[in-house]
Ligand binder design. Sequence first.
Ligand code: LRH
Ligand code: MN
Length: 385
Amino acid sequence: MTDIKAALRAQHIETPSWAYGNSGTRFKVFAQKGVPRDPYEKLADAAQVNAHTGVAPTVALHIPWDKVDDYAELARHARELGVGIGAINSNVFQDDDYMLGSVTHPAARVRRKATDHLLECVDIMDATGSDTLKLWFSDGINYPGQDDIRSRQDRLAESLAQVYDRLGDGQRFLLEYKLFEPAFYATDVPDWGTAYAHCVKLGPKAQVVVDTGHHAPGVNIEFIVAFLLREGKLGGFDFNSRFYADDDLMVGAADPFQLFRIMYEVVRGGGFDPATGVAFMLDQCHNIEPKIPGQIRSVMNVQEATAKALLVDRDALAAAQSEGDVLGANAVFMDAYNTDVRPLLAELREEQGLAPDPMAAYAKSGYFEKIAAERVGGEQAGWGA
Ligand code: LRH
Ligand code: MN
């Protein structure tokens, strides 16, 4: 049990700055009391998640949603709060120029503009000490014939190569794929294979990020995880869950069994070894639920799935698998999944000097009442979509 606790204690789950701001759907973005008005307040809220869970020490930024005059100052502020700046997320999906694409756009002027933004994000990595750039492209087409699918891949590859060459020592970028939305016929990075192929061509500093909400229904995501880990190309996760499309709901909320299966392949593939550099990031929107508790619950869901995955009796499983004992092997797997790990995690938190139930501890802390009272006026942070 000690190793399991050691692995859980060493777990590092990165929360997204944008989860603390207002978010919604095309129909409505509901404002909530106490929502941050700037990146400094977002970091303060993220620090609460780390304070109560003990395993969320970094925050991913999104540019320009988290644009500030002094990024080094922002990183200092984060350190004072006990957190660090994690992945820097580029944004080439909200500018009018990008209607027909960003780095894949037919016009060289627009491609230049988009690539320059990606390069600016590397400057922000330098200023904040972040070692990871996360690249998601909304680029795609809505109608057959709208543009040349192959030429768009050429343009994408050209831009990625420029960004790759700009990366410094110890820096990398993670290429994110997504099946559809906002493009509804062909997306330029639609699946893991496309992302993987571009990353292999570029080199070791380019890896793939698996956003758990970006697949067609029924896709076996843990297979993709196992494959990318085997290839050394799994850079990380954007964790969330969904019932239908890119719903960005709390990770593990819609399908805790799938999250367990994914975390088992992470355990089996050595993904918890810091040397593999797999980043466990949340990418969610708390459209109707309170945001800080939503993040705390999400971190706990990842911890629970991880604990269960670490509980799989690997020797018994390997023995049953090698004997072709189908039901035996499945039973070993399900025993771990059906184990209630909440007492173990509560015990671990107490050993870390934390309250056994982070949700209750946060509710009792009075932090929400404080920010709801303080954060009056000004413009609440959001996606600005
Ligand atoms: C795209 C995405 C991407 C982020 C955005 C907030 O759907 O998953 O990772 O840039 O959400
Ligand atoms: Mn994502």
